[in-house]
Design a protein around this ligand. Structure first.
Ligand code: FES
Length: 289
């Protein structure tokens, strides 16, 4: 059964104090103040991904920009484990070290890639994949997926057969952080709750830790459960299938898309673009304005 999600007040916000003990969701206005806690984050929620890119990437960002993934800790410098690394390049070793201090054995951070909001998670899959799928042995699981109407879409492994690089075999999974509900920006532990830090649960359910939360209306997503899903391109109306992580709870109709990654020889994490059945993985990110 889903437990209560206790929202955490943003740092340096002293003029407005919602009832965090009883709140289980935030409305859009509240998110505008508590999402990224920055002018850029607020604008991102208003302007969409393109606006976010324009703000963060000199010259408007785009495909010729730096493909490194960078930490995004603005407004959370004193509370996030990566708070001192805002806009520094993400390194896998940082995540591994952080996970060694966590009861779940996993770690995650908000970031920015090509001007887009992302969440990056470390899951010790290569360490646990050879063992049975049981609680507290965090690993990737693959599953069949269903669209917003409940219609079967396909299995994650179908996509892996076509493009093996879709599977995050580096143990690092990067997720596009625009909610499939109303396009707010989910984040890694932007909310504080009593159970995300205590254990990992198998099965991609709404219990256990290691979740992404959208604090607009409390949708939850499990970055350890990989599935195929479908969504609609907002620009041309066309449906597309994608590899993503499972929606485990809340009003979001489907899960969030993956962004493939490469781990460079120096350990830095870089976004990658693949083509499957003639569709670019960048097209998976087109469901928001
Ligand atoms: S925008 Fe509503 S739950 Fe994310």
């Amino acid at each position: 059964m889903a437990k209560e999600f206790n929202l955490r007040p943003a740092p340096q916000e002293d003029d407005w104090s919602p009832d965090f003990d009883s709140a289980t969701s935030m409305n859009r206005r509240q998110f505008m103040r508590y999402g990224f806690n920055t002018a850029a984050g607020i604008l991102a929620a208003s302007l969409g991904a393109l606006g976010f890119a324009t703000i963060l990437m000199p010259g408007g960002g785009g495909s010729e920009g730096d493909s490194a993934v960078k930490y995004w800790a603005k407004g959370r410098e004193d509370t996030a484990w990566y708070g001192a690394m805002h806009l520094q390049e993400m390194k896998k070793d940082d995540f591994v070290a952080q996970a060694s201090n966590a009861k779940t054995g996993t770690s995650g951070a908000s970031g920015v890639w090509q001007g887009l909001p992302v969440t990056v998670s470390y899951i010790p899959n290569s360490q646990n994949a050879g063992t049975p799928v049981v609680d507290n042995k965090p690993r990737f699981q693959t599953a069949e997926g269903y669209d917003a109407t409940g219609k079967y879409v396909g299995h994650f492994e179908d996509l892996v057969e076509k493009e093996p690089l879709i599977f995050p075999d580096s143990d690092i999974v990067m997720i596009f952080s625009r909610c499939t509900h109303l396009c707010c920006i989910p984040g890694w532990q932007l909310v504080d709750n009593t159970f995300t830090e205590d254990h990992w649960s198998a099965g991609g359910t709404d219990s256990g830790g290691t979740k992404l939360f959208c604090i607009c209306h409390s949708s939850r997503f499990d970055p350890t459960m990989l599935e195929m899903n479908s969504n609609r391109n907002r620009a041309n109306g066309q449906l597309f299938k994608y590899a993503g992580i499972r929606r485990s709870g809340g009003p979001a109709p489907v899960g969030l898309p993956l962004i493939p990654v490469i781990i460079n020889s120096d350990g830095t994490i870089e976004g990658n673009v693949l083509t499957i059945d003639g569709v670019s993985t960048l097209d998976w990110l087109t469901y928001c304005d």
